[in-house]
Ligand binder design. Sequence first.
Ligand SMILES: Nc1ncnc2c1ncn2[C@@H]1O[C@H](COP(=O)(O)OP(=O)(O)OP(=O)(O)O)[C@@H](O)[C@H]1O
Ligand SMILES: [Mg+2]
Length: 315
Amino acid sequence: MTTMVAAPLAAPSTFSIEFERTDEDFFCGRRRSTPTELTPTAAEVGDYVYDATKYDLALKAALTGEDLFLIGVTGCGKTAFAKWLAHELRLSLYFVPHDAQTENEDLLAKPEQGNDGIWRHKLGSLPLAYGQGGVYLADELPSVKPGVAKVYNPVTNGDRLLVRTAAGIHTIKRHPDFIFIATGNPWTTYAGNNVIAFDLMDRCATFEWDFPSREVEVGLLSTQFPDIGLGIIEDLVAFADQIRRSAAQNPDNHRYVCSMRALKRVLHLHQNVGSTLDEAVTVGILTPLRLQFPEECETVEATLKAHVVLDRFNA
Ligand SMILES: Nc1ncnc2c1ncn2[C@@H]1O[C@H](COP(=O)(O)OP(=O)(O)OP(=O)(O)O)[C@@H](O)[C@H]1O
Ligand SMILES: [Mg+2]
């Protein structure tokens, strides 16, 4: 067996995670040699870092045919994981957002008028992915109205999918390369989020998704923002870590999670746009927080002061 670095994409120089297995073992021999048209490119996957210490079981479960339900706060990397997986397996990614307007026919087959004026059924992403293989990302699934999620029952049972069109009823068998990943946010306080149906969790291998570990996040950010001192990045990540823990422990009165998107925005504004750290933190963290959850802002600002050496806090 050879040793490989887990992140097949360029890993930040400050860390590496090693596995005692070959590339083929890692992907259970499922990797295709040729990408499809819908396969996310390396550029689309961007800087995603696969943190084996956190996501290994989910990866193995998906590769061995389990359907996944990833539940995690905004920005912790659920969508990014699915995209990365499709890229690594050279499979199509069917990225299907769900909301309160989503209907069964949007997922299965919908009549559409062609340029010739004739109405025909257009197959939705679900039968296409189910029959041809691909990573099917049922994004934000708990946002659908009651009943719509039932469309996935045959999928999670591994049964044939029945799709009714004007041409008749199509029965579609599950392709061996079909990978189902549903995502959702854990707290019903999020706008548009419904209570997560327990039966969906029962039907899937359910993972409480989490941000990558602190070292991984620091490594990633310091590679992306080389002009910013490592100390500042470490401080910011330590701050984010504390805020996320506190939100996870007490979601009723602490709903802000400092996502990686927010940290990247702060660092981008500081490194590339030339704003001071003070301004960048205000735009990236404090203003959205004050407008959405004003009562939390004070706590978060105090935590920031404890963790981050900002210009204004030094003044
Ligand atoms: N492991 C990771 N490596 C690199 N970047 C990451 C990772 N996880 C998350 N990110 C970054 O965080 C951003 C948000 O991730 P993503 O969109 O996957 O979150 P999410 O959990 O799907 O959030 P939401 O619930 O809001 O949809 C990504 O654009 C990516 O830049
Ligand atoms: Mg997402």
